[in-house]
Design a protein around this ligand. Structure first.
Ligand SMILES: Cc1cc2nc3c(=O)[nH]c(=O)nc-3n(C[C@H](O)[C@H](O)[C@H](O)COP(=O)(O)OP(=O)(O)OC[C@H]3O[C@@H](n4cnc5c(N)ncnc54)[C@H](O)[C@@H]3O)c2cc1C
Length: 285
């Protein structure tokens, strides 16, 4: 193997986390497919159209929700508005998910999102666990059996100690300090569509940590089941951008879109060739 090939193998695109059953779930609690079909696209269309129409919003919404406006026409306008980054129009629709069996490692990352999203999480103060469950990373599951066994022993003894502490009268809020990051948890997350697209852009990216990437694959699947049109906006951020802006992908190991360095190099090459031919490429202003 050449040096370049071995480096590439080392930094290779991470395996799709969906290959393993991680025991986590994302369930779209609200809205139902019927509500999305009847109201969500009409509502976003109403928000977009109100900007350009003399009609009052209630009249636009009435027509849109009654099927008097072609769905393809509504979708075309919504597409254009989203592509142009006019994001407030898609803040009017929200989705609520039940998220189950994810690790605290994941939830710590998830709740870093602040804008347009609300969380409620199972409390380790108020819940006294009889059998707290943990997440086993695939790399450890596949590791040398002796190493895996040591990991499992360590986790198990943390759980046993928790039980002993609680049994000795230590409050759950203090006993939980022995829990590992892999301890599973449950959350309810409500997000508007703009925030969901933004979070998915970051978390479906192959640079995201495998577990949260898997969660957003499950979330995308849930949205697709109620609306393939709205689901189609949930993609790694490079897809709408047209290029990758992650500095960790300068080596181009993730092939979904070319890194922006390559795009700029290609542009510079093109400008040089044009200059050699006696013309300047138009500069966008
Ligand atoms: C691959 C990856 C690696 C990461 N690694 C680390 C790490 O090592 N350490 C670490 O601490 N975090 C890390 N993070 C978390 C990251 O820094 C963000 O905190 C997290 O992704 C939340 O995203 P956001 O800032 O876009 O927030 P969101 O709340 O989702 O905000 C959405 C958008 O609203 C705007 N916005 C929100 N709040 C404000 C504000 N107060 N002022 C101005 N504009 C605002 C911004 O445009 C923002 O992008 C990582 C995230 C990813 C995806």
């Amino acid at each position: 193997m050449t040096v370049e090939a071995s480096q590439r193998a080392k930094t290779g695109i991470p395996k799709n986390p969906g290959r393993a059953d991680l025991g986590m779930k994302a369930t779209l609690l609200v809205p139902s497919k019927a509500i999305v079909e009847q109201y969500y696209v009409p509502l976003i269309y109403t928000a977009c159209r109100t900007c350009y129409s003399e009609l009052p919003p209630e009249e636009i919404f009435r027509k849109a929700a009654n099927g008097e406006i072609d769905v393809a026409k509504m979708q075309r306008l919504i597409n254009g508005v989203i592509e142009s980054g006019h994001g407030s129009t898609i803040e009017h629709v929200v989705f609520t998910f039940g998220i189950t069996g994810v690790s605290r490692t994941l939830s710590h990352q998830l709740v870093r999102h602040r804008a347009g999203v609300a969380f409620d999480q199972q409390s380790q103060r108020y819940v006294t666990y009889k059998q707290a469950a943990t997440m086993l990373p695939q790399t450890i599951a596949d590791a040398d059996p002796e190493l895996r066994a040591r990991y499992e022993d360590q986790v198990e003894s943390s759980m046993e100690l928790y039980g002993e502490l609680v049994g000795a009268g230590i409050p759950g809020e203090d006993a939980r300090f022995v829990f590992p990051n892999g301890t599973r948890t449950n959350l309810v997350m409500t997000t508007n569509l703009r925030a969901l697209i933004h979070m998915s852009g970051l978390r479906l990216c192959t640079m995201a940590q495998w577990e949260i990437r898997r969660l957003f694959q499950l979330i995308r699947h849930e949205i697709f089941t109620v609306s393939p049109f709205l689901g189609s906006f949930l993609a790694p951020k490079c897809v709408p951008l047209g290029y990758c802006d992650e500095m960790g992908n300068r080596d181009g190991h993730c092939p979904i879109r070319p890194h922006k360095d390559r795009v700029l190099e290609a542009w510079a090459e093109k400008a040089k060739a044009a200059r050699a031919a006696g013309r300047e490429l138009p500069v966008q202003s």
